[in-house]
Design a protein around this ligand. Sequence first.
Ligand code: SAH
Length: 209
Amino acid sequence: MAGEFSERKRRLIEHLKDSGYLKTPRIIKAFQEVRRELFVPKDMKQHAYADEPLPIGGGQTISACHMVAIMTELLEPRKGDKVLEVGAGSGYQAAILSRLVKKVYTVELVPELAEKAAKALKKAGCTNVETKVGDGSKGWKEHAPFDRIIVTCASPDIPQPLTDQLKEGGIMAIPVGGSWQQELIIGRKKKGKLLKQRHGGCVFVPLRH
Ligand code: SAH
């Protein structure tokens, strides 16, 4: 079974590289190292390396691999970074980031999902990820400021506490828009303000309160 997964993973990573989604060698290495099958429900394991969103329960989804690749590349993660994720979901995105930065703090609104994500992260050996249940749009004040912030649910606007909790010079990736269609926004904090760049359409489950 492990062999079967590794061949599927190899093909998926080739596809992500060929399509230009994965570019940076250390990010490619993180994709090679993290076992995505640990983060999908049992009955979905066969699809763990399909490049599509997968249901993880409670109407929520684990993002398609190319979206994880795009967001991770745009976030420009560095070894010493402290990262906040809003929307732990399955924990997969946090696991990828955990290989690339010093520490990941991830907030999940749904307690059952937070619990599952924490378990999967432990199984995957990600010891530098802390998970908590809560409304991530408020950030995580105790650990602020963050070098990077990644929001993996769609928000109608950029929550002010997240901008406040981003370091000067820091980068935020966030899908902004309505329930069905959003635009991926990359914000860089300069002189206390977020300078925004648009990075194309995307579809995420909505941020709830
Ligand atoms: N990053 C995830 C995908 C997340 S799907 C992964 O790699 O699997 C979006 C998640 O955001 C869902 O689990 C949803 O419950 C959660 N969510 C929605 N609103 C939220 C909020 N205000 N704070 C934290 N999490 C939230």
